[in-house]
Design a protein around this ligand. Sequence first.
Ligand SMILES: [Zn+2]
Length: 355
Amino acid sequence: MESDLPLVFDGHNDTLLNLHLPDRGEGRSFFERSDLGHIDLPRAREGGFGGGFFACYVPNSEVDGWNEEEALTVTDDGYEVSDAPRLDPNYARYFADELVAGLFRLQSEGGLRVVRTAEDLERCLREGIVAAILHFEGAENLGPDPGALEELYEAGLRSLGLVWSRPNAYAHGVPFRFPSSPDTGPGLTGAGKELVRECNRLGVLIDLSHINERGFWDVADLSEAPLVATHSNAHVLCPASRNLTDGQLDAIRDSGGMVGVNFAVGFLREDGGESVDTPLETVVRHVDYLVGRVGIEGVGFGSDFDGAKVPKDLGDVSGLPRLLDALRSVGYDEPALEKLAHRNWVRVLRTTWGG
Ligand SMILES: [Zn+2]
């Protein structure tokens, strides 16, 4: 790692699922260097990865046979993925608990530390310990009773996406489509509105990546916390349903919130395509645009490592210094790079979590 580069704290990875499912992680270990997946401890150290949001995401395929590849239809100018069915909340909770156990196993084996406060996070960054935020990607993971949020908070949960790209009892996720507006369906349910209030009360970050536009605006109306999309890009540059319109970006700016730039090529490229021959410059273009719209205080990274195809020039987490170098070469100075790399996340988390 080049020591003059700031550590990167990152808004989203799917490493827990990748390690958990043999057909995804192929049995690799977090503690040994591998060519599989994107994040393990040796590559994290090499890339100056200070940690990030470790998502607990429950896939459909094991329970109902729906999977993204089979659901995909190529259209004249892009693609459409047919709607993923909602998950049984009992199953979602059972599976999420396995991922949570996996995260705490990594902690007890000395691979990382699960952080609960902004102070914990800053201490990890100072001491070079990988910091992990326990994040649920989809509130069905709470199980059938939304009251479980408090018990999970006690266990360490600090971030909750109301939905993944499917509906649940709280909200509706955007189906994957290109080109498409994110305005794809109804807003929050009554239970969803209650859950937003509970997240505010406890100090749990509400992640707006994957929610449809009406749900986004409902959260914007209700929530007292800064608006955050942990892993989404600019819709103007890549008109995928998963990306954020200028109006959404303005609301994020006005709330003092932030956006984590997603490295998934499908959410970066203007053609929405899946080619990993996507220059780092494409990532830089999204950073530039988001900084122009939201401000240098409102942009960070949300890699989607271990959950998506990323540009081959980045490769995996060990390639982060190449991205920071690319940003530096187009004029981001040291204070700006530090903000993008981790300071903005620390600030927004401190405001959201309190203390
Ligand atoms: Zn995601």
